[in-house]
Design a protein around this ligand. Structure first.
Ligand code: ADP
Ligand code: MG
Ligand code: MG
Length: 866
């Protein structure tokens, strides 16, 4: 028979897949001799069996749990369900992959109307006993029976108001006795039943509820966002209660071994005296910084510091822990790898290498490339004059401007529609997750650095200002007060999560740069990667940015943007409207020196690094106004002529170059002359690579190669390569024929995805694709991550056939995928020579390429969870 239950103090019996991150952490801490309350874990196997059976407790589980409760009673010297001196337990969810706050936990199980009196007598602390019981009713009601949490909250708020008690700790034992009666009445009213008095029934139903919390909507949303599989299930941990709410010598807190925002190596956390469980994160009272514990309970603080040092050395990574002190005795209740900002990730990795805790390879593989995006987001211009309306905690760095929204649903809706919104709340809860995903940033009035909003925002790399005292919200009236300013929902504000400042209106932002730790890690990454990393850049400014971020060349310089420039467009239109070849030639002659200037700028910026210039790609109608805006009859007629039902599948790319050879001739001439001019001026010859787009047939490329060579021969001698994009399925299949003619090929995976899947790049994402993703017909957006089985398979065929005839054929990718970690790893495995992506993604691509190389060598990342 399957075994489902494991005590914390058993020899290591299973990993996080079986016991969940929390369960494994509790067992490991127990083995390390760290003070952890006794308890046991009901495995994820049990949860999966329960869910698979449509909500049936698997055979034998009840009996097994009963045996382990028995063992726990032995250890505790108290009995579960006893009314004189009861053993109390918590029932805590804990999946293999951490989903903070997404699932449920219930504290103080085992209390009843009679047992609460026993507990009061046994501890001599009536207030504490009643506080524990009211918490049980509240959590149990909410989690097990779905009693709306706000009803309990409201009852508590009302009572505090009546007693003139600002905080819950100001309520007396008698007040709490009254509150318990109110809570029980709410429970009975909502469920039609009285609050269960049998400890074992409480445990059974709580376990069930935790199993079921795996399927709760918010947990599903979270899993989709973080790509966590749906079929893992959660473990359930049953833990002997220790009490942070027993009075002034008791407290509860959370703590990181290093600063999760900056990475600085010092304890970082918060605690609350005379409190329990979620009080710290829920933002009910404002917690004290952990340094305060040093004064209040020096011995406990030292023990905590020492314990956290041991945990960090054991796990060789920054830990995020939860602890409780009961009358001066420290207990750890959880440890997990701490979530951190990108900036902190880098600093911690570099310092841990310095400290000899981890190797450089481990440092490289630990950084989540997706997270680096955070550092590559704009920040507030340091020279901008700011009118700071209020200040809060700098809970998650980065700056963002957006319209104020007051609830998660509107944030989700408006954010999805492409609007920039800032979610402004008293505090956030796990139910707000969909709004947080879509918002640009979060601003809360309550809560500390470890509040829900702060933790979630850091994980998502969004700016967050938390605990902003100057913020007041009247949700019903749609009015927000920030400092002196009265604003309405919809008004624009700017938050700076790096400093905690809140400004009214929008503020000038500046582009990011690479700091020292970032540079160090990228340097290590460059040492191990095989793929070269280039950038897609169309202007000298972009090219310079790309080099600053470490690009080793340009993989795609689009020439159409140059045609769009205000001073060029009229000439381009003349060229398109020309009635005769001579007229067209005149227009092209005027464009030639302009294009030459463009290319000189880019060659110079790249100083001898290779530059791929793609000849004109888009259909000509893109350069003309809409029909009704035509300024002449001739223009209107030409627009009608050029009209196509499917322009993306029409006269564009090399088809255009073949039909209007003058355009490509002009461009080739401009490229060659620019190369010569830069060579003469700087003494360094640019590395020129000319690329023909949208080739599908051998005959296209052979003619275009001939055109290129003929024009280049008319100009001063310059070395160049002549290649093509591979962006049609036919080009992949016939890559051998193409490779005979091309010096290099670059996968244009945007078009290749469009043409392979038959998904329009311009519409699909706004239309059915979202539905497909929701329905899980597709796991990922194929325009973001290469569809490896379809598009990727065509690429594999192309690589094989192309290299079959030309083993040294240079191959790369220049679609958006070139900067997406999973796709970069795929390109590594395909054996491409380089990836090319937008300048801001170059650092990410360098890191992803290194991780792909390390993965091939079998260097694995540490699992992150808890
Ligand atoms: P989450 O996964 O949301 O962090 P936990 O299961 O860790 O939920 O429980 C939340 C909090 O409840 C913990 O941080 C801890 O303070 C408190 N808690 C849980 N179990 C116990 C226990 N046995 N004794 C005292 N406090 C507990
Ligand atoms: Mg926890
Ligand atoms: Mg294309």
């Amino acid at each position: 028979m399957t075994r489902y239950v494991y005590d914390f103090d058993e020899e290591s019996v299973g990993g996080r897949e079986l016991l969940g991150g929390k369960g494994v952490g509790l067992a490991e801490m127990t083995a390390l001799g760290i003070p952890v309350p006794a308890g046991f874990t009901i495995s994820t196997d049990a949860c999966r069996a329960y869910l698979a059976a449509g909500g049936q407790i698997p055979d034998g589980l009840d009996a097994e749990v009963a045996r382990h409760v028995g063992a726990l009673e032995e250890k505790a010297g108290k009995r579960f369900g006893d009314t004189a001196d009861p053993l109390l337990v918590s029932v805590r969810s804990g999946a293999a992959i951490s989903m903070p706050g997404m699932m449920d936990t219930i504290l103080n199980l085992g209390l009843s109307d009679v047992a609460v009196e026993g507990l009061a007598a046994a501890t001599g602390n009536e207030r504490f006993a009643r506080d524990s019981y009211r918490r049980l009713i509240q959590m149990y009601g909410d989690v097990v029976d779905g009693v709306p949490g706000h009803r309990f909250e409201q009852a508590l708020t009302d009572l505090k108001a009546r007693r003139d008690a600002p905080l819950d700790v100001d309520l007396s034992a008698a007040d709490l006795a009254e509150l318990i009666e109110t809570y029980k009445a709410i429970y009975a009213e909502e469920t039609g039943d009285s609050f269960p008095q049998d400890a074992r029934e409480q445990l059974r139903r709580a376990t069930r509820a935790v199993f079921e919390s795996w399927s709760a909507p918010r947990a599903q949303v979270y899993r989709r966002t973080y790509e966590i599989p749906d079929d893992l299930g959660t473990a359930v941990n049953v833990v002997q209660m220790v009490f942070g709410n027993r009075g002034e010598r008791s407290c509860t807190g959370v703590c990181f071994t290093r600063d999760p925002a900056t990475g600085e190596s010092h304890l970082y956390g918060e605690y609350l005296v005379n409190a329990q469980g979620e009080d710290v994160v829920a933002g009910i009272r404002t917690p004290e910084p952990i340094s305060g514990l040093q004064e209040r309970m020096p011995a406990v603080y030292d023990q905590l510091t020492e314990t956290l040092g041991r945990l960090e050395r054991h796990y060789r990574d920054m830990q995020d822990i939860e602890f409780t002190v009961e009358e001066g005795t420290l207990y750890l209740l959880q440890t997990r790898t701490g979530k951190r900002t990108a900036q902190a990730s880098l600093r911690i990795a570099v310092e841990m290498v310095d400290e000899g805790l981890i190797s450089k390879e481990e440092a490289v593989i630990r950084i989540d490339p997706g997270q680096l995006d955070q550092l590559l987001h704009p920040t507030i211009d340091p020279t901008a004059k700011l009118d700071v309306a209020a200040k809060g905690l700098n809970a998650s760095p980065g700056a963002a401007s957006g319209a104020i929204v007051l609830d998660a649903d509107s944030a989700a809706e408006r954010g999805k529609a492409g609007e920039s919104v800032i979610l402004v709340r008293w505090e956030t809860t796990p139910d707000d997750i969909h709004g947080l995903i879509q918002a640009q940033g979060v601003l809360t009035a309550h809560g500390g650095m470890t509040s829900h909003a702060a933790v979630v925002a850091r994980g998502m790399g969004k700016p967050c200002v938390a605990g902003c005292e100057g913020l007041e919200i009247d949700v019903a009236a749609g009015i927000v007060t920030i400092g002196e300013h009265r604003l309405r929902a919809g008004d624009v504000i700017t938050i700076d999560g790096g400093t905690g400042r809140v400004m009214v209106g929008s503020v000038r932002l500046v582009p990011p740069a690479i700091d020292e730790n970032f540079g160090t890690i990228l340097g290590w990454a460059d040492g191990v990667r095989r793929l070269a990393v280039r950038a897609n850049a169309d202007t000298p400014e972009d090219a310079a940015k790309a080099r600053e971020f470490g690009a080793e060349g340009i993989g795609l310089c689009r020439t159409e943007h140059m045609f769009m420039a205000e001073d060029r467009l009229p000439i381009v239109q003349e060229m398109i409207l020309a009635q005769t070849d001579a007229e067209r030639a005149r227009a092209l002659d005027r464009l030639l020196p302009m294009q030459q200037g463009d290319f000189e700028g880019i060659f110079e910026a790249m100083a001898g690094l290779p530059v791929i210039i793609r000849l004109l790609d888009p259909p000509l109608h893109e350069f003309l106004p809409a029909r009704e805006d035509a300024t002449s009859d001739a223009m209107r007629r030409r627009i009608e002529q050029l009209q196509e039902a499917n322009p993306m599948l029409g006269t564009r790319g090399c088809r255009l170059g073949l039909e209007y050879p003058g355009i490509y001739e002009m461009q080739v001439r401009a490229i060659v002359r620019a190369a010569k001019a830069v060579r003469d001026r700087t003494g360094e010859a640019p590395v020129v690579e000319i690329m023909h787009p949208l080739v599908g047939f051998e005959g296209e490329l052979s003619r275009l190669r001939e055109l290129t060579e003929r024009v280049a021969a008319e100009e001063p001698t310059v070395d160049y390569l002549c290649g093509t994009m591979i962006e049609l399925p036919r080009a992949c299949i016939r890559a051998d024929e193409i490779a005979r003619i091309a010096d290099f090929c670059s996968f244009g995976t945007n078009d290749l995805t469009q043409t392979t899947l038959g998904f329009s790049r311009d519409d699909a994402e706004g239309k059915f694709l979202t539905f497909y993703l929701e329905q899980r017909i597709l796991e990922r957006n194929p325009f973001e991550t290469i569809d490896q089985e379809g598009v990727g398979e065509l690429m594999r065929i192309a690589v094989e056939r192309g290299r079959g005839v030309k083993p040294d054929l240079k191959l790369g990718i220049c679609g958006e995928h070139g900067g997406e970690p999973k796709s970069v790893a795929f390109c590594h495995r395909l054996g491409l020579d380089y990836v090319s992506c937008s300048p801001y993604r170059v650092p990410l691509a360098r890191l992803s390429a290194a991780q792909a190389a390390l993965a091939e060598r079998g260097v694995a990342a540490l699992a992150i969870g808890g």
